[in-house]
Design a protein around this ligand. Structure first.
Ligand SMILES: Cc1cc2nc3c(=O)[nH]c(=O)nc-3n(C[C@H](O)[C@H](O)[C@H](O)COP(=O)(O)OP(=O)(O)OC[C@H]3O[C@@H](n4cnc5c(N)ncnc54)[C@H](O)[C@@H]3O)c2cc1C
Length: 301
């Protein structure tokens, strides 16, 4: 269960106590504050706090005394210019703090993004819940035959049942042993910090994760990408939807230049120029490796 009724009541109580502030607020994200958006089978993402909006980016870029231009078209143009020219520090003026519940193997990928502030639930101090990520049937897939770092065909029938049974049995057995090992119920047992070590990587953890918009965009570029593992991509997509409401102009520029755009090497640019001149360019005449050429074709076709 992503959120228990008690936790929901705590969240609702926070939403029921709005305060007045002189700070700039972003109407689009106010509606997301404290709400938990379910991700995977037991996970969620919720916005705890944020700072700044599209105007904060413009203000910082101009080192302005006021709220910036008031003209959305001017702000959009400047934000697009900043994004296009990698003038990134104005985007660092916006920050967001999230509460995320996620499987440990997803957390291991996520934590590699070092430019964030993190505080994780302590399994030395608290007992972990019996919650494990078990993929939905459509996400149970075999190793890809073309990509060493990816999945291919979705498992069917008995094979899907066999794998699911192993995943569920292992999760339940290891949690039973975890409970049996803990120093509780009158037995000496093991400290929480030790008993947890037999739990599998699909057990859920939680953290508060705070980052600025520049580094968040970097995270989203890598993790909302179609090549990212599905289990982290769904978190990135949930966050991206919130960001689109928070800073719509910056998000639109990010979608255009980063998510939808492409970086071309000098060789690739040369090929495009030759193609425009009418030359029939092939991988052999491109100067690119087979892999590079495949990716290049993926971009231009
Ligand atoms: C598809 C994919 C596959 C991956 N596979 C693997 C893998 O097989 N093994 C593996 O170990 N990792 C893997 N990673 C993780 C990857 O190498 C990065 O660690 C991760 O994406 C975080 O990126 P980052 O370092 O740019 O982000 P952040 O840590 O947030 O850093 C942001 C930027 O800050 C700068 N920066 C931060 N810290 C430093 C520093 N100490 N020195 C210099 N500059 C710094 C860099 O410019 C960096 O790009 C993979 C990532 C992806 C998206």
């Amino acid at each position: 269960m992503p959120i228990t009724p008690d936790q929901q009541a705590e969240i609702d109580a926070l939403r029921a106590q709005p305060t007045q502030t002189l700070r700039a607020t972003a109407p689009g994200i106010e509606g997301h504050l404290y709400k938990a958006y379910e991700v995977l089978d037991h996970g969620f993402v919720r916005v705890i706090d944020y700072m700044g909006d599209d105007s904060a980016i413009v203000q910082a870029a101009r080192v302005s005394y006021g709220a910036g231009t008031k003209h959305v078209s001017n702000d959009a143009g400047l934000i697009r210019y900043l994004m296009r020219h990698w003038h990134s520090t104005p985007f660092e003026m916006c920050e967001i703090k999230l509460h995320v519940k996620l499987p440990v193997f997803v957390a291991r990928q996520w934590i590699r993004h070092r430019t964030a502030n993190v505080n994780e639930y302590s399994a030395r101090y608290s007992i972990l819940d019996r919650e494990f990520y078990i993929p939905a049937p459509e996400h149970l897939a075999a190793q890809s035959t073309v990509n060493n770092q990816g999945r291919g065909e979705v498992l069917q029938g008995e094979e899907a049942e066999r794998v699911l049974r192993l995943l569920r049995d292992d999760a339940m057995r290891s949690y039973d042993h975890y409970e049996q090992m803990l120093s509780q119920d009158g037995q000496q047992g093991l400290a929480r910090e030790l008993a947890r070590m037999n739990l599998p990587a699909n057990v859920y953890t939680q953290w508060y994760w705070k980052t600025d918009l520049h580094n968040l965009f970097h995270f989203l570029r890598l993790r909302a990408d179609a090549h990212a593992q599905y289990e982290i991509r769904v978190y990135a997509e949930a966050i991206a939807a919130i960001v689109a409401d928070w800073v719509p102009l910056a998000h639109a520029a990010f979608e255009d230049y980063r998510m939808g755009g492409a970086t071309l090497s000098a060789k690739a640019l040369d090929c495009i120029r030759r193609m425009i001149r009418g030359e029939q360019v092939t991988q052999e005449t491109s100067g690119m490796s087979k892999g590079e050429w495949r990716e290049f074709e993926g971009i231009i076709r």
